[in-house]
Design a protein around this ligand. Structure first.
Ligand code: LLP
Length: 416
């Protein structure tokens, strides 16, 4: 659901004009819509309503405390991939018992902390990790709840950098090895087997790959139950795509019904966990930026804006497309621009060949930037990361201050 709409030629987030956000908090600035975030989360929750389930928001998509707090208040669970993300969830009021911990490289201290606070499940990605978790747990005298993340070897048909379900990827345990590892886990004193997990990739725009993956996971569940290994949940991961440029991804309801139909057909009633990130946060945020300069070199026109690849990395890293809209729509002959930032890299672009009618000082909104925007931002070129603002109806809340330049090097020391 989008909450960014034009009124009398001015772009609004809910009932707040983006030009007012820029006036109050400057640019570049991420702007989120509370209504969109909540509607997107509820769309998943309601789609699975007929079945025991937990929506675990993938924190990596947007880890701002205000975002996490709003979702926690709706009852959300969370998928974290580091000790840092776990601390954010706890600081935002999320419940540890609704947290799943994914990722191929969990450190011992991260495992210990997760055990101490009592998370719902570790999504274990290798035999070595399982053995380490069993040892770590030994010291803590509590059994670690575990799901093995299996790799179902399906092609998510998405960008290779965000495809994770093929047998060639670093993620998960080959599904054929899973029965042996589950049998091993069963003998471990400090491991409690609770589920099975998979995640095949991100920005997936059809249901087929999800259904294929779940089908293979259900075969495994059946095989395990024959071995006397009974699970409590199946985690199908995240990955549902959004429409950046006319894609037509299935709505959460369609995605859910495809999974639930398969569960029913296979006579399976296990609890379902899902880990959506992008489909909850993506279209709920935009990056507000100001045109600094217009320039022409040879045949190309450039709009140099005050946001850059350090603020929104997706175009530079994946050649990703984000719509770029003027905050104030004006009538006039458009020109075709390369929309670029001030960073000293040729890959520092936000959009190629965009038809815009703009002048220096105009504001632009880079759309669908609520997921993997601020969470992937860096300080490259010693640029302070943007402010973040949450709009709620007619109110705006500063949910993260713009970084101070002095803070960027405050932890650095000169040689004595
Ligand atoms: N669960 C696991 C284990 C994941 O690795 C991911 C994303 C998710 C859930 C959430 O996936 P989503 O529903 O957001 O597709 N930076 C890239 C996306 C990387 C996704 C990595 N894993 C981008 O900007 O497109």
């Amino acid at each position: 659901m989008t909450c960014f709409t034009y009124r009398n030629g001015q772009l609004y987030a809910e009932d707040v004009a983006l030009q007012d956000v820029a006036r109050a908090h400057g640019t570049p600035c991420y702007v989120y819509s509370r209504a969109a975030l909540e509607a997107n989360w509820r769309a998943f929750d309601q789609a699975f309503a007929g079945h025991d389930h937990l929506v675990c928001f993938a924190v990596k998509a947007n880890s701002n405390l205000a975002v996490l707090n709003l979702l926690a208040r709706l009852g959300s669970g969370f998928d974290v991939v580091s000790g840092g993300e776990l601390e954010r969830v706890l600081a935002a009021g999320g419940e540890a018992r609704k947290v799943v911990f994914s990722g191929v490289g969990k450190r011992e201290d991260e495992m210990q902390r997760a055990l101490e606070v009592g998370i719902l499940c570790f999504n274990v990605e290798s035999e070595a990790e399982l053995q380490r978790l069993n040892r770590v747990e030994g010291g803590m005298r509590r059994r670690a709840p575990v799901a093995l993340r299996v790799n179902p070897d399906v092609d998510a048909r998405t960008h290779p950098y965000i495809s994770t379900g093929l047998s060639s990827s670093k993620f998960g345990i080959p599904i054929a090895d899973a029965p042996r590892l589950y049998a091993e886990a069963k003998t471990m004193a400090h491991i409690e087997i609770t589920g099975v997990d998979c995640h095949i990739g991100s920005q997936i725009t059809e249901v087929g790959p999800f259904v294929d993956a779940l089908n293979r996971v259900l075969d495994l569940v059946d095989e395990l139950s024959k071995q006397g290994i009974v699970l409590r949940h199946i985690d199908t991961g995240g990955g549902l795509g959004i429409a950046y440029q006319g894609e037509q991804p299935p709505a959460p309801a369609r995605y859910a019904s495809a999974l639930l139909e398969l569960m029913q057909r296979r006579g399976q009633t296990l609890k379902l966990l899902i880990e959506p990130g992008r489909a909850i946060a993506g279209d709920a945020g935009a990056l507000l930026t100001k045109v600094e300069y217009l320039k022409q070199t040879g045949a190309r026109r450039f709009a140099v804006v005050d946001a850059a690849m350090n603020d929104l990395l997706r175009p530079a890293l994946y050649d990703a497309y984000h719509a770029i809209q003027p905050v104030h729509q004006q009538r006039g002959a458009t020109e075709v621009y390369e929309v670029v930032g001030p960073v000293c890299e040729t890959s520092d672009f936000l959009g190629h060949e965009r038809a815009l009618y703009i002048a220096e000082g105009d504001l632009l909104a880079i759309m669908d930037a609520g997921a993997y925007g601020m969470s992937m931002a860096s300080n490259y070129n010693t640029r302070a990361r943007p402010a973040e603002v949450m709009v709620d109806g007619a109110k705006m809340h500063l949910v993260r201050e713009r970084e101070q330049i002095s803070a960027l090097f405050a932890a650095e020391r000169l040689l004595l």
